[in-house]
Structure formats: C-alpha cells, structure tokens
Design a protein around this ligand. Structure first.
Ligand SMILES: [Zn+2]
Length: 669
C-alpha cells in the first residue's frame, strides 16, 4: 500500500461514538495514515505498571477497516503527574537554578536515570504490544525533541553528565584549561567536577564552555532518542522509526539525530504564530524543506503540515483560500514523500485548543476539508511517481551547527543571525529558480559545481583542507566575513591573518574590520556607473587587502576604507574562491548570485515572476514541474511548450495561492 497523505489524530480527545464518523470522513478525504498516541502516557499507563492499550487498539482497528494505517508515537514528551510525583528529581532545572514544574510538556530532565528508566519501560511494553499489529507501520520517537526545553536542564544529573562528556573529549583537566583559555578571569579548574553548567552569573560565561555545553546538550538529546530507537529496532524490525524535526531549530544537531532514523520527518507551519515576517517568506519556507532533505540526503515526511490557523495564547493568520494546497505542494516539491496534516479536528480543550485542524471545533467539514480533498486528488499521482527519488542540485549551502551555536554565543553584531544570513544567500538563488541543496559539512563536497559556506567562524584543519581541496579540484566556493576566526574549541586563532588558514586560497588578507553598529555601508559593484550597481552591506565590514591577481568585484563606498574590496574572486587551482566581506543587501546578493551562477555554469529552471516558485522533480516515468504562486493575485506563467498540464489544468495564468503541475515524458539519460 502506498502512503501519501495522513492526519495527526487524537481519538482520546473525543467520544468513541464519533470515531466511526471520523474514520469515514478521513477515508473520503484520501487519508492513508494517522499518527496517534505521542502525548498519551497517562492513557497508556494510568498508574505505574498498569498498562492499557485497549482504546488505541480499538482506534487502530477501526481506522484499518477504512484502509488507514497507523504510526504510533512514544509518549515520552508528556510524562504523567503520578510519575513526576514519585520522583521530583525528574523535573528540569533552568539557568537560574529554579526547578520547572509539572504542567506543560517535557517537564523532564533527559539525563535523569530514573526518567530514562520510565521511558525504557513504556517504550518496551508498547513495542511488544504493537509490533505484531499489521496496521501499525511505524513509530515516531517522542515529539519535537529540543522543543519545550528552554536552554536545557542544569540539574545535578546534567552537570555530572557534562563532566563525563568533557572528560571523554579532553582527557585531562590540564588540556581543558589550555583549550578553553581558563587563565582568563581566574577560571582555572583542578578537576572536571569543578566545572559549572551555564547557570546565570554576574557576567557572561567563557565562550568555549558555552560551545561545549551546546554540543553536550545536543548529544544528550540524540542519546535520549537513541535509547528508544534501540528498543524499537530490536523488538519491531518490520516497522520504521522516524522523528518530527523543526527545521532551523538550534537545540539538536539533526544530522546526528537523523543517523538512527529510517527517515526524518518535519513539522511545517508556514504561518506559525511565533514566526517573524522573514521566517514566513516563500524562500524561507522552501529553504526549511531543502534543509530537512539534507539531514539524510534523502526524501522525508511532513509529520505536521499546517491545516488551519495555529495558536496557543495568540494566533497566527488564517490560511487564505488555496494556501493549504500551495504549502502542501511546496512540501512535496522539495522532497516530502508523505504529508500528514496537523491535526484532524480542532481540540476543544487544553493548551492547543486554538491550534486549528482540518475540521473545526464542531467537527463539521468545511472550507479546509473541501480544499484538501482537491489537493490530495491532484498531488497523489505525482507523489506516487516521484516517491523516494531525491532531487540532486548543482549548488549547495553549507549548514553547520558549530557556526550556528558559536554565533549564537558571540553574534559579533547584535542583529547578526547565522540562519538569516544563510537564508539570504539561499533566497538569491531561489529567486533565480536555481534549486539549491543544503550540505552537511561532514558530507562529500565534490559533486557540486558551487558551494556557499557563509560565516565559517569556527574553522578547524579538517574543514580547511576540505574547502581547499574542493576549490583546487575545480569547485566554485563562496566564503564570507568572519571566517577562520576561531578554533574548534572556540578560542581565537592566531596562526596568521584572517581568514586564518585560507588567505592563499582566497588571495586576500583581512587586517582590520568594522562592526557596522550605526549604519549600513554603501558598496559599489564594478565601476558603479549604473545606479543599480550602488548597493550596500550590513552588520560587518572586513577591511580587505587583495593579493596580486585577485579580482575585485565590488568596493566600499564610504568610511576610511572607501575604495577597498568588499567582494573578491580568486582563481585557485582549477577552481574559483569568492570572498564576501560584509552581509550583502538583497541587491548585492543578486549581483553575487549572478556572478557565481555564470562562473559555475548553473542553470535556471524556468523564468517566473518573483512570487512564483518553480520546482522540477524527476520521477520513475516522467518529469514534473510544480509551479506555485505565493502571491494573493493571479500571475502569468511562461512554461515551455514541452511541458504538458497534468489533469484538468489549462491556461498560462496561475490563481492566487494556486499551484499547477506540468508533466513530460522522462528524457532518456
Ligand atoms: Zn537535568
């Protein structure tokens, strides 16, 4: 059975007399799968050791009779009150040393041995109970790991675990003192047991301690998931294991978390009530999906696709007519093999009672149900043909958790954001309809014609060699300001001019720099004869001395470093290394992207208006062009005649928030 669409369903929130109606409506909608149970620990185990899965067995059976399979969630994101009351040491402790209380979710410490024991018990019993149920096709471990944890737990258990982690990493306390630079402010330690967790202090903590704390917390969460994955792997070899990620969330290194999973899933909320305007642009949404595809370099599931206005205490906007379909098409276009909508019906109680599902509070199908009915019908044949076939693009942007964390600790400029920097680079190529991958810094680079690696702030010898080899063998590489600044233990490098280790490859030196606190810096592209070539940068100016033979593409237009290079290109071996000395404005980004596109021979997919996105997917039997209008007005599109409309679509006008699918027979390779 092929699984393309699903819903997140909470049968325990509704009277049993309603379940049959829900199953019938789901079947009519085209639902193939439901996810259930991920917050239902109390319903499974109302008191210690007294398990009851009968209600879920009944729901699974009823749905199966309507052709609907089940993914079971392990309920470890919501430990019940009786469990916490038995041992309050399970509760997490925040940075102020205050114990957080029961009442939200994930009111737990993930290093706590007693909590680990409870998790092992419930997951083992569930695995044994559901493994032979043929309607259960897979597992979701926990829910959105890293969410609901603030800055993670600073309890005694976590402190001891941190000490063990540090001892394993550095061996001796002398080595730790050296690589952290603890001579500063008399922070020298004589034993690992003295090292603090980052609770609040009168001033900032040592940046080396903070970076290792972030690495440790990520490893702890990965290990917490791993303990459940190991049980499920052993007991349920015929069922898949996944987890729902949260895009650019910083808490967990998703590359590491993804290693233990069969595939990753992601929760996509294009109109999340917590999101800034910049996080909700079509390009930012596309970048999130492309990022998820990078985690295992393969296709993924959407485990929660927004199905209505979302909110807790406050709400986000209501999806406009067409937007639910548009967002679903965008997820599919960027690599979702299955889309599960959150949630089936809007709950009438609890924190998420205004997090709207497909059905409203009263359970009567309305606009959202009718829209998704058509969307599912249109997208299913495309999804069946492209299932499992991963897009492979010519350009990639390196996404590196070390840079993310180190720049969170020391952002250099108060507004500098690692994620928004890389999303701005992504957007420059996105707007040209040049499809872009994200790249794990540990993955192979050589398959790409061009790589953009913004803000390589922390740079060790391994990455240095990798970048150098990539360019010398013919790659086109874009590096930026604040690269080669720090060691892998987050101390400043001293082994030459900035960008340390890359001066000869880039053909430049940075001997001075300027944090742009009060104003952006004007920049002149080329000779700047056309006003369109007068652009700007923000956050930072590296003051660059070019070496002989280095091409200067743009210069600063003001300040004491007026006329010095802002963007350079340097031939190195068989390739080309660009250096961008500031955070470019959108206009400067476009000029850089055009130069890199020409230099690397990248190809645009099709020409579209700026608000219209086009993504090509190659299937088993055909190629597809998915064209999406992110604007509230209709747009003309100009798709070459070789592409045929799929289904009953006609014309060259795309509706507000509409999407169209074009097909052509697969070109023989
Ligand atoms: Zn803890």
């Amino acid at each position: 059975m092929s699984i393309e669409f699903g819903v997140d369903y909470y049968p325990e929130h509704w009277d049993r007399s309603r379940w049959e109606t829900d199953a019938r409506l789901m079947q009519a909608l085209g639902v193939d799968v439901v996810r259930m149970g991920e917050f239902s620990w109390f319903k499974f185990e109302p008191e210690r050791g007294a398990f009851d899965f009968s209600w879920l067995d009944e729901a699974i059976g009823l749905l199966a009779r309507h052709g609907i399979k089940t993914i079971v969630g392990t309920p470890t994101a919501a430990p019940p009150k009786w469990l916490i009351d038995q041992d309050k040491s399970i509760l997490p402790v925040d940075a102020e040393g205050i114990t957080r209380g029961f009442g939200g979710r994930h009111h737990d410490c993930q290093s706590n041995a007693k909590y680990r024991g409870h998790c092992k018990r419930i997951v083992s019993v569930m695995a044994e109970h559901f493994r032979d149920n043929r309607a259960v096709i897979g597992w979701q471990v926990d829910n959105e790991l890293g969410n609901s944890h603030d800055n993670l737990c600073t309890c005694d258990s976590c402190r001891s675990s941190f000490h063990a982690w540090l001892e394993k990493r550095y061996g001796t306390i002398g080595e730790l003192n050296e690589v952290w630079g603890t001579n500063f402010w008399s922070q020298n330690y004589t034993a690992f047991s003295q090292i603090p967790v980052p609770r609040i202090t009168p001033n900032s903590h040592n940046p080396s301690l903070l970076l290792d704390w972030k690495r440790f917390c990520s490893d702890l969460i990965v290990d917490f998931a791993r303990a459940q994955i190991d049980i499920l792997r052993e007991k349920c070899p015929d069922q898949f294991i996944t987890h729902n990620l949260m895009g650019f969330s910083e808490k967990v290194n998703y590359y590491d978390l993804g290693k233990g999973l069969d595939f990753v899933s992601h929760d996509q909320y294009p109109m999340g009530y917590w999101m800034s305007a910049a996080e909700k642009t079509p390009a930012a949404l596309a970048s999130t999906l492309d990022l998820i595809r990078a985690m295992k370099r393969k296709n993924f599931w959407i485990m929660e696709q927004q199905a209505g206005p979302a909110g807790w205490e406050t709400l986000g906007q209501t999806p406009r007519p067409g937007q639910l379909g548009l967002w679903t098409a965008q997820s599919v276009a960027h690599g979702a093999d299955t889309v599960v909508f959150f949630r089936w019906r809007t709950c009438t109680f609890g924190t998420e009672e205004f997090w709207h599902g497909i059905l409203p509070h009263d359970g009567t199908p309305g606009r959202r149900y009718e829209e998704l009915l058509k969307v599912i019908e249109r997208l299913r044949p495309v999804m069946q043909d492209i299932k499992g076939i991963c897009a492979k693009n010519d350009i990639a942007i390196v996404y590196d958790y070390d840079q993310y964390w180190a720049l969170r600790i020391q952002p250099q400029h108060p507004k500098l954001s690692y994620v928004s920097s890389i999303q701005q680079y992504y957007e420059a190529f996105y707007r040209r309809n040049i499809p872009t991958d994200f790249l794990n810094p540990n993955d192979e680079f050589s398959g790409y014609k061009a790589i953009v690696a913004p803000l390589q702030f922390v740079l060790g010898p391994g990455m240095e060699l990798k970048l150098r080899t990539y360019v010398s063998e013919g790659g086109v590489l874009v590096l930026t300001m604040r690269s080669g600044v720090k060691t892998e233990t987050n101390k400043c490098r001293t082994d030459g001019s900035l960008p340390c280790g890359l001066v000869d490859m880039l053909g430049i030196e940075v001997l001075d720099y300027d944090c742009l606190r009060d104003a952006d810096i004007p920049i002149v592209w080329g000779k700047g004869s056309d006003p369109a070539l007068r652009v700007s940068g923000c956050w930072w100016s590296d003051i660059v001395t070019p070496h002989e033979g280095t091409q200067v593409l743009a210069t600063y237009g003001e300040e004491f470093y007026r006329g010095t290079p802002a963007v350079t290109a340097h031939r190195y071996g068989k390739g080309m290394a660009y250096y961008v000395a500031t955070q470019p404005s959108p206009a400067l980004m476009r000029l850089i992207a055009d130069h890199v596109t020409a230099s690397a021979g990248l190809k645009r997919l099709v020409d579209t208006d700026e608000s219209v996105e086009a993504v090509r997917r190659v299937g088993e039997s055909a190629e597809y062009l998915i064209v999406m209008n992110h604007d509230g007005a209709a747009h003309d599109i100009h798709v070459p005649a070789s592409w045929n409309h799929l289904l009953d679509e006609t014309g060259s006008k795309i509706a507000p928030y509409g999407f169209m699918v074009f097909r052509k027979e697969k070109t023989p390779v």
